[in-house]
Design a protein. Structure first.
Length: 401
């Protein structure tokens, strides 16, 4: 086997492992753990108990919401807060706003059960979290976005998971309303999050979920550490820092946040580029977590589930096609590489046709997958340049967009 052939199969393995192979391996490892290694593991029993037991001594909790110019959703969000099945005297609702120049603050002042922390200067979400957390006195805090709506049982379900002393953070499930816009953005995003939710559940069953989504997650207040104000993925950084302290990030699929899908792929592109840039920033700032000798299985999960997606895999994916063309033209095993080239060509054709249909507002769920897959990886590359522009060429500092 020539060097080019070896490189081709290495790149192919990286792409396959990142998006398919890790899920298969994770499922196998969980089954081995549950059926052979620790069939009566007390930790697993405790996890199951924390989901189902009736907790009569509910703790006080803070529902923490950051907002910037959210006047259109304030009333809907507050109705959602009031529908939560949790003792009202134990549920503290805190809104933190900065720089809002619409009627967000005025609308919030109408609600007597809201603690409003507002400043006229716009400093960004991470700065708002740092500022607001100084006023939180409850043992647990739940973070949720202003434009997402959580199920009535969410708070109770999250609180139960903290009965296990090793749990330092609880990640709720993010669900995308695929019927909100009906386009490729919401359709592809919805399918992606279904797969992500499955992986997160398996991650937790093996050891720990790798990161929480800002739409709905909770932490022990005592574990909070202020983050640099230029942090792009505050939810991911905060939850992983807690995991690095030897706490578990539990995954609670019975607590979920529902949000509308992106209106179109342009809107989704802006969001994905920023997330990708934040992912790259996180890989640098959490570089200690890349050491499996120190963090063991957490490092394995982190690298497999997150680091590869945000670094090596997009490059590997886009190198495969030109390398495949070269091998199909020059290799002695032409039929093999012509077969791979045919598969790649069909996948790219499906993606580009999906892009065309999206521009025409034509629905085609089958083509959501190649289109959204290519779309995500292109935006990871764009995220690299986004981060570079906003850091002045360094990885240590990234200003908010």
């Amino acid at each position: 086997m020539s060097t080019l052939e070896f490189l081709f199969f290495v790149l192919l393995f990286i792409v396959f492992y990142t998006y398919v192979g890790y899920g298969i391996l994770l499922w196998i490892l969980v089954k081995i753990k549950q059926n052979f290694l620790f069939p009566y593991d007390k930790d697993e029993q405790d996890k199951e108990i924390c989901r189902h037991k009736d907790n009569t001594a509910l703790p006080e909790i803070t529902l923490f919401i950051t907002a910037y110019n959210e006047e259109q959703v304030v009333d809907k969000k507050m109705r959602n807060c009031h529908e939560l099945d949790y003792p009202k005297e134990k549920l503290h609702i805190v809104w933190v706003t900065d720089g809002s120049n619409d009627h967000t603050n005025e609308k919030l002042k109408v609600y007597p059960d809201v603690t409003l922390l507002s400043i006229p200067e716009r400093k960004g979400k991470t700065a708002a979290i740092n500022r607001g957390m100084r006023f939180v006195t409850t043992p647990l805090v739940i973070f949720t976005d202003a434009n997402t709506f959580i199920n009535p049982q969410a708070v109770r379900e999250i609180v139960k998971c903290f009965d296990h002393p090793r749990v330092g953070c609880v990640a709720g499930e993010k669900r995308v309303d695929m019927h909100s816009t009906g386009g490729a953005a919401s359709g592809g995003e919805g399918l992606y999050w279904k797969y992500e939710s499955w992986l997160k559940k398996l991650d937790y069953q093996l050891y720990s979920t790798i990161g929480a989504a800002g739409e709905l997650f909770a932490i022990r207040t005592s574990l909070y550490e202020e983050m640099p104000e230029d942090t792009l993925l505050d939810d991911f950084m905060l939850s992983l820092r807690i995991a690095m302290k030897r706490y578990t990030i539990a995954y609670c699929d019975t607590a979920y946040a529902l949000e509308s899908g992106s209106a179109d792929m342009k809107e989704e592109e802006k969001r994905k580029v920023r997330i990708s840039a934040g992912g790259l920033q996180s890989v640098y700032r959490l570089k200690e977590l890349l050491n499996p000798l120190h963090y063991g299985i957490l490092s394995f999960q982190y690298i497999s589930h997150r680091v590869l997606r945000w670094s090596v895999t997009p490059v590997a994916l886009f190198l495969l096609l030109p390398l495949n063309i070269l091998l199909a033209a020059c290799s002695e095993n032409r039929p093999v590489y012509l077969f791979f080239l045919l598969l790649q060509s069909a996948f790219y054709a499906g993606g580009f046709y999906g892009c065309y249909l999206s521009a025409k507002s034509v629905k085609n769920k089958l083509l959501y997958i190649p289109y959204y897959f290519l779309f995500m990886n292109i935006n990871v590359i764009k995220g690299f340049f986004y981060l570079k522009r906003h850091t002045g060429g360094t990885w240590e500092k990234a200003h908010r967009a």
